[in-house]
Write a new protein. Structure first.
Length: 199
């Protein structure tokens, strides 16, 4: 799906009118609960087990990040090759979360939800599925990182109990060899690291 205002991939859904927009055309502003549309999505969360599901995740990753590999916590991961959970409506994948167990901590490497299904608790349910698995395995922390421009992701993770604990300056700019334009035109430079203590 393309942005309502250009041909770039749409990552977000406007909370007021529902238009699909790319990062550049996303505007940050305050909205009250009455103006934030919630969508009802009847979905199921399940562990990814098939090659077809991994192929669908590859498509998601291309759409959201335009590259299969993610750099997070100083390590490179191929997102679709990691353990993952999928959110499905009937047989269609509408969201996924991939993660890596790194000796006592679980890192969320990729989380993507189709714009049409954002605001319907799909992302929250995916994070909870990984958190539950991490607890069962005896991990101490659930870790995630995001770019300095991605205020929706920062708000989302903090609303789930994550806390910013570290900033890795210029790591994203170095990865791409330049400073990219991000959400609302903000420069993308830094990796912000968050954690949730698993109890």
């Amino acid at each position: 799906m393309s942005c309502q205002f250009c041909e770039k991939n749409a990552f977000y859904k406007c909370s007021v009118c529902g238009n699909l927009v790319c990062a550049e055309h996303t505007k940050l502003r305050a909205t009250c609960p009455l103006c934030t549309k919630k969508t009802a999505t009847h979905y199921k969360i399940k562990k990814v087990t098939t090659n077809e599901e991994r192929t669908q995740i590859r498509r998601f990753v291309n759409r959201f990040w335009e590259e299969q590999e993610q750099l997070t916590f100083d390590k490179r991961y191929v997102v679709a090759e990691l353990p993952a959970y999928a959110a499905k409506v009937k047989d269609s994948l509408v969201g996924f979360i991939s993660f890596a167990d790194e000796g006592g901590n679980v890192i969320i490497v990729g989380l993507g939800v189709l714009p049409k299904h954002q605001g319907s608790s799909v992302g929250k349910s995916l994070v909870e599925a990984v958190g539950n698995e991490a607890r069962k395995l005896g991990n101490e922390k659930l870790l995630v990182s995001t770019s300095n421009d991605d205020l929706p992701a920062l708000a989302f993770y903090q609303s789930l109990g994550f806390q910013i604990y570290e900033v890795n300056p210029n790591v994203i700019a170095k990865k791409h060899g330049r400073v990219l334009k991000g959400i609302g035109g903000l420069p993308i430079r830094d990796e912000l690291r968050l954690h949730e203590i698993l109890t």
